[in-house]
Design a protein around this ligand. Structure first.
Ligand code: ADP
Ligand code: MG
Length: 680
């Protein structure tokens, strides 16, 4: 005759064994031989009851038969294929398409409706029309009015009926039921057994573990197990021999039809993978939604990380931009000479201040010997107290010449700048920066002609300078311009100047001008050939380069620090995912028992991790952009939000979800169904 549906050959299951299939016949004390050399054949269409005392190995045998666990030794042939040679995915497939399993303890997903519980195996098998099918099955077991109930809202008997409907979902060839009535009262037990008996009449192969002799009596064949061995294998009186009980015998054509139907229901597997991906997405959303606070907290790390990366980048870019703007306004033909030399200061030498007005005049005279300079401007600066009436403030004062507006494109917006005359006569006149103007005067007041006090001396206000804006480096409108000589002799008590700015006629003349200036100053300061310069001469290109490389370094550093918080956020996600995997180990086992493959579970948990980090990332982008705009609004700093930082940190946060979610997700996916289901 043809091969039986199921054939066990010398099957053993030993619990507590280190190497799963070693050949030692001597069990140590920690080991339990739950199944001891079982030989068994079950044909399609049989109704088999397994009975025996508690602890005899009935459940273990059924789990082996249901492919929920691998045997330690021996062979299990299902439909003429050796299951030992199958991969875990092939076993999932077999469970999904051919086997329905009913657990003693129902094992329903407690946070899902009855209908969804029945749909689960249909999802993993990629069967279409699963809603209708789940509804059909549930009404078949008398639960049509309970579709949307959660397991907690159902009685034990109703829960077991949901479990029966679920086991039938994929048109299995065989149903294994482990004490399906064990947790039920007599009435419910009778109903469940009636449903199963009807199914058997329609051609289903049925294997039921029970301790109830009445239930066993309904089966056509009864196996008794004692201490992991088959003690007896008998046909029950009222049905034996099966061949003569024509009414009860399964109709082989129905069996075949049921199998055929099961397979034609399976869609093209490629499209069903998309369906499962979509389901996984929905499941992930649902599970994250069920743990809102935890989801929010784990997204928080990423949120802070992304927000700080964006804000730092925006600030850094803004600072660079405002420096660049300022430098282009100054033009590229400007040279600056400052007293002192970085190296000398570094070596602890006395800070010298050798630049004098005479130097400035001598530089001016270079024009007469043909060096192409257009302007020479000496300046000093210092901090001063200002007041007007009761209003007092501290500002920066700059002593400059009348060339200042031309050199720095700073023609007064109100009034006028002071003249050469004012400078030479050391007059007490001043031009106010916007911030000083706003501090000392009210909105509609015209300051021109008013008197203010600078370090207790009266100054006449001549005009107001245009706004230069501010950046992370400070407010450049908080200044007062006064004539150079006034500042030196009347306000700051300086005999030397702090800086000399030189404008060169043409960009190409810069090297020549720099050489001449350096030579002249070295001669005037009496520096021998071996001495270092006691001043620093730089052109705008140098300055621009230094400043932009400094701000670049700063931006990169800040960005790096911010990225560390992203990393920490990722580790947070990994922790949460590990906890979540541990918490849901039973759920994982159940999904696998119902036919989920490793990749489906990997995908489910990975999607969760990615959603958490994408949520955190998007909220972080909003917060970062908001913070940057807030800084502009409150401090007036220029910030530029680089699109690359926004896209980059979104991408990065998603990647973090994938990278840090992968390990927990993999752990979840690699558990064997029974291992996971046993987990407490
Ligand atoms: P039954 O279902 O017939 O009551 P089981 O198949 O559940 O019996 O158990 C058979 C034997 O295997 C028992 O002695 C039990 O203690 C043991 N056993 C069952 N599961 C495990 C396990 N996961 N680890 C170790 N021993 C187990
Ligand atoms: Mg049991």
């Amino acid at each position: 005759m043809s091969e039986p549906l199921i054939r066990l050959h010398k099957l053993c299951k030993i619990y507590g064994q280190a190497g799963a299939t070693q050949n030692s016949d001597e069990p140590n004390s920690a080991q339990v031989i739950a199944l001891d050399n079982i030989d068994l054949e079950i044909s399609a269409g049989e109704y088999l009851a397994i009975i025996g005392p508690s602890g005899s190995g009935k459940s273990t045998l059924l789990q082996m038969l249901g492919l929920l666990d691998r045997p330690s030794r021996g062979e299990y042939w299902f439909d003429a294929s050796n299951t030992a040679t199958m991969s875990s995915n092939e076993l999932s497939d077999l469970r999904s398409r051919r086997i329905g399993f009913i657990f003693q303890s129902f094992n329903l997903l407690n946070n899902s409706t009855a209908q969804y519980n029945v749909e689960l195996p249909l999802i993993y098998a990629g069967i279409s029309g699963r809603r209708e099918r789940a509804q059909q099955l549930l009404s078949k077991v008398g639960l049509a009015p309970r579709l949307d109930h959660l397991p907690g809202q159902l009685s034990g008997g109703q829960q077991q009926r949901v479990a029966v409907a679920r086991a039938l979902a994929n048109h299995p060839a065989v149903i294994f039921a482990d004490e399906p009535t064990g947790n039920l009262n007599q009435e419910s037990a009778h109903e469940i057994m009636q449903i199963l008996a009807d199914l058997h009449k329609q051609g289903l192969t049925l294997v039921v573990v029970t301790h109830d002799p009445q239930i066993a009596a309904q089966a056509r064949r009864v196996i008794t197990i004692v201490d992991g061995k088959i003690q007896s294998d008998t046909l029950t009186a009222q049905h034996a021999p099966p061949a003569q009980a024509a009414d009860a015998a399964p109709n082989p054509e129905l069996v075949a039809a049921s199998l055929r139907e099961a397979f034609t229901q399976l869609e093209n597997p490629r499209s069903s993978e998309w369906g499962i991906a979509f389901e996984n997405f929905a499941m992930a959303i649902k599970s994250l939604g069920a743990n809102k606070r935890r989801t929010a907290l784990s997204a928080l790390g990423i949120l802070i990380g992304v927000a700080s990366v964006i804000t730092m980048m925006a600030l850094g870019q803004g600072a660079r931009q405002s420096i660049a703007d300022e430098l282009t306004r100054l033009g590229s033909n400007l040279l600056t000479i400052r007293s002192g030399n970085n190296k000398i200061i570094l070596h602890g030498g006395r800070r010298s201040n050798p630049l004098s007005l005479a130097d400035s005049n001598a530089l001016n005279d270079l024009r007469e010997v043909g060096v192409p300079l257009t302007r020479v401007e000496a300046s000093v600066s210092g901090s001063v107290q200002t007041s007007r009436g009761a209003i007092k403030a501290t500002s920066k004062v700059q002593g400059v010449t009348s060339e200042y507006p031309k050199l720095y494109a700073a023609n007064p917006t109100l009034g006028k700048f002071f003249s050469r005359e004012d400078d030479q006569s050391r007059r007490r006149v001043c031009v106010l920066g916007q911030t000083v103007f706003r501090t000392l005067f009210s909105d509609n007041e015209n300051p021109v002609g008013s008197e203010i006090k600078i370090n207790h001396l009266s100054f006449l206000v001549l005009g107001v300078l245009p706004s230069k804006g501010s950046s992370a480096f400070g407010d450049r409108d908080d200044i007062i311009a006064v004539p150079l000589q006034t500042a030196m002799h009347r306000l700051l008590g300086k005999t030397q100047v702090d800086q000399i700015a030189v404008e060169v006629a043409r960009y190409e003349d810069i090297p020549l001008a720099m050489d001449s200036i350096e030579g002249l100053l070295r001669r005037r300061h009496g520096l021998g050939p071996s001495k270092e310069n006691d001043f620093t001469l730089r052109n705008m290109a140098d300055i621009q380069e230094t400043l932009s490389s400094t701000t670049k370094t700063m931006t990169v550093l800040l960005g790096l620090i911010a990225s560390i918080s992203l990393l920490v956020g990722g580790i947070g996600i990994m922790n949460i995912m590990l906890v979540s995997v541990k918490e849901r180990t039973r759920e994982i086992g159940l999904r696998k028992a119902l036919g989920a493959k490793n990749r489906h579970l990997l995908m489910q948990f990975l999607i969760e991790a990615v959603i958490i980090s994408m949520l955190g990332g998007s909220a972080g982008v909003l917060l970062g952009v908001g913070a940057s705009l807030g800084i502009t609004a409150t401090l007036g700093w220029l910030v530029i939000i680089p699109p690359a930082a926004v896209l980059g940190s979104l991408f990065f946060s998603t990647a973090i979800g994938v990278i840090f979610g992968f390990w927990p997700a993999r752990q979840a996916s690699e558990l064997s169904p029974m291992e996971a289901l046993r987990y407490q």
